[in-house]
Unconditional design. Structure first.
Length: 60
């Protein structure tokens, strides 16, 4: 299990860099739609890249 400080160091602090990298990647593969298993950063990256996205889950 990921401890909160470890999560912050891994996902929160470098968030801007993560988003920038993902947006560049989406553009490099010429993505026009993003499907995610409810990963918020994926939806944000898609939005920042100007690409539509959808989240799919098995929660009821």
């Amino acid at each position: 299990m990921l401890r909160l400080p470890q999560y912050v160091e891994t996902a929160v602090i470098p968030r801007a860099e993560i988003l920038e990298t993902e947006v560049e990647w989406l553009h490099s593969i010429k993505a026009d739609f993003v499907v995610s298993d409810v990963v918020p950063v994926a939806c944000r990256a898609a939005a920042d890249a100007g690409i539509r996205s959808v989240c799919v889950t098995n929660f009821r």
